[in-house]
Design a protein around this ligand. Structure first.
Ligand code: PGA
Length: 255
């Protein structure tokens, strides 16, 4: 069933001590908050995942990785496998973030392999995609998004979508303070749901959570989350501040 989700992508931030502090702060801010068909996910860096899993065991927070390698194991220096994540209690992974695509050359083809591995292992995937500024200016944003989804994701069998959370993140809105308007987010999310309905069926389309990401803050989350096809957000900068992230979580629970 479609869920409301707020996920925090911590990126390459927070030492172990800073992770401890932020987790403490988050647990305090979110104390007493009850989840109702909703999820709250945080994605610390690899080296702090194990600590985060331990410290969030009795909280509403779930822990996600920010990447994985598609191979089972082997000679892939510096990489992390799905089994390694599962082994320490991490059941969610972010894949396809625009920073991975831009700085680490992750192509749709490579992402399809990562997604297939993650889903085969039973991990939930927060799959990110979205157009560049130039694509939007040239009015190519719908076709770019369609191609990213078709190439990396639509090879999956329908039942795999129970493990998929979509995160539409227009690249021009990430870390720029320039968020998409709520109407722009809704328009794209509706389009994405339409693609799911066409490629699979309407029931599946209705069951998949689609998050918006890109400069979501406490002061704009309410308007964005109020849109019918927006099921929550993937939060970068604001997820590093316990008060901001908790405020966004609470807005999503109410909205
Ligand atoms: P931002 O990042 O909230 O800082 O724009 C979002 C993301 O990269 O997922």
């Amino acid at each position: 069933m479609r869920q409301k989700i707020v996920a925090g992508n911590w990126k390459m931030n927070n030492t172990l001590n800073e992770t401890k502090e932020l987790l403490k702060g988050l647990k305090k801010e979110l104390k007493g908050v009850k989840l109702d068909n909703t999820r709250v996910i945080i994605a610390p860096t690899f080296v702090n995942l194990q600590h985060a899993v331990k410290k969030t065991a009795k909280s509403i927070l779930e822990v996600s990785a920010q990447n994985l390698h598609e191979a089972k194991n082997g000679a892939f220096t510096g990489e992390i496998s799905a089994d390694m994540l599962l082994d320490i209690g991490v059941n969610v992974v972010i894949l396809g973030h625009s920073e991975r695509r831009a700085y680490f050359n992750e192509t749709d083809e490579a992402l399809a392999q990562k997604v297939n591995t993650a889903v085969a292992k039973g991990l939930d995937v927060i799959f990110c995609f979205g157009e560049q500024l130039e694509d939007r200016q040239n009015e190519n944003h719908f076709s770019v998004v369609e191609s990213q989804l078709k190439e990396a994701l639509f090879g999956l069998q329908a039942e795999a979508f129970k493990n998929i959370i979509l995160a539409y993140e227009p690249v021009w809105a990430i870390g720029t303070g320039q968020t998409a308007t709520a109407d722009q987010a809704q328009e794209m999310h509706e389009f994405i749901r339409g693609l799911l309905a066409k490629s699979y069926d309407a029931k599946l389309a209705d069951s998949v959570s689609i998050l918006y990401g890109g400069s979501v803050k406490p002061n704009n989350a309410e308007e964005i989350f109020s849109k019918p096809d927006v099921d929550g957000g993937l939060i970068g900068g604001a997820s590093l501040k316990e008060k901001d992230f908790s405020a966004i979580v609470k807005i999503n629970l109410i909205g």
